[in-house]
Design a protein around this ligand. Structure first.
Ligand code: SF4
Ligand code: SF4
Length: 131
C-alpha cells in the first residue's frame, strides 16, 4: 500500500479561511448518493437541488461555484460561506472534500501538485521522521 509523506493537522483549518474550498475555478465532484444526501440535509427536493446547485461535467456531477466576495478574482464552492469562511454542508460534504489532502495526486512529493499542496494547505505537515 502506498503511503503519504505528510500528515495532516486539522486544527489548521480553524484559521485557514478555507483555501481548499476557494481559489481558482475547479470541480467538487459528487456521486448521486452524495447529491441525495446533501439535498436531504438541505431539506430540498432532489430535482430542485440539482437544478440550482449542480452542473454536469462529462459523465460526472460537480457542485457549482460562486465568486468569493472577500477575494478578488477568486471563486468558492457554492456551499462555502464566504463571510464565516466555513462549509455549510460539512456533515454531508462529499468524499472529495472528506479525503482532502490525502489524494493520489499528492502521493509523489516531487510532483508539482505536491508543491502546490504544501504552499496552499497549512494543515499539511511533512513527517520529518521519514525524511
Ligand atoms: S486548505 Fe488545508 S488547512 Fe485550509 S481549510 Fe483546507 S484542509 Fe484545512
Ligand atoms: S462541500 Fe464544503 S468542504 Fe467541500 S468544497 Fe464545498 S464548502 Fe468546501
Amino acid at each position: 500500500m502506498q503511503s503519504f509523506n505528510f500528515y495532516f493537522d486539522c486544527s489548521a483549518c480553524e484559521t485557514c479561511g478555507g483555501k481548499c474550498c476557494t481559489g481558482e475555478r475547479g470541480y467538487i465532484f459528487c456521486n448521486v448518493d452524495e447529491l441525495k444526501l446533501i439535498a436531504s440535509f438541505l431539506k430540498l427536493p432532489f430535482d430542485d437541488f440539482t437544478q440550482k446547485y449542480v452542473k454536469k461535467v462529462g459523465y460526472k456531477y460537480s457542485l457549482i461555484e460562486k465568486p468569493d466576495v472577500q477575494v478578488e478574482d477568486s471563486y468558492a464552492c457554492i456551499f462555502f460561506d464566504t463571510i464565516k469562511r466555513k462549509c455549510q454542508i460539512y456533515p454531508v460534504r462529499p468524499k472529495q472534500c472528506r479525503t482532502f489532502p490525502f489524494w493520489n495526486n499528492f502521493l509523489d512529493e516531487n510532483s508539482q501538485d505536491f508543491r502546490y499542496l504544501i504552499q496552499m494547505c497549512k494543515g499539511v505537515k511533512i513527517d520529518k521522521k521519514d525524511n
